[in-house]
Design a protein around this ligand. Sequence first.
Ligand code: ADP
Length: 240
Amino acid sequence: MADPYISFINVEKAFGAHRVIHGLDLGIGKGEFVSLLGPSGSGKTTLLMMLAGFESVTSGEIHVGGARVDQTPPHQRNMGVVFQNYALFPHRTVAENLGFPLRMRGVARAEIRARVARALEMVELSAMAERRPHQLSGGQQQRVALARALVYEPSVILMDEPLGALDKQLREKMQLDIRALHARLGLTIILVTHDQSEALTMSDRIAVFNAGRIAQIGSPAEIYDRPATQFVAEFIGETN
Ligand code: ADP
């Protein structure tokens, strides 16, 4: 890639004596949808958290948009994060759920209203603004969680197993919805998943993780048709 928007350069991470990411290099283009795929414990979430700034790097560098960010506090990195356990405030409406964090940051009321309206429109939930979370379906709640990340107008969306709590049918619908949103908005998205079919369906490229290293990176077709190692072949060949 000529000029990646996000670069991990020789990034290492250790928790005490336990090294979980080994000299990792990865470049991600602006507007790309990249999945980090691999078994549980292979370091995917740790890498995402280092990019978001919720985990420090032990050594190496992370650059975003030409600036080094690995020492920058999380709220200055302009990343939207969506987790599997997307706790919404149960007693607040959807609009309040989105607006509340902005209010805490001192954003003006009119600006909050405009941003909340835009974010709800992006996930096609404008009609649900005054509902409370329990009045929404699982998929709609998931879209509120996504809108809560979009309301910051981030340059990058980070998703950690965002669909893990949903049943299979809904998960497959949300995969297509998120993919469509990506195409429509030109967002840069990084998705952590252990689900091969999810990564194959959604991504421009997949980085297959094995024990803190990237075993292979490529398009879904490249990974599927030409697995580079026995590990990749076995992992991709598994059915969930
Ligand atoms: P994955 O997302 O691929 O399941 P993780 O990044 O969550 O993997 O974990 C990678 C390794 O780092 C695991 O061995 C895990 O136990 C360890 N780990 C993750 N977070 C911490 C932490 N806060 N303290 C100690 N060890 C951790």
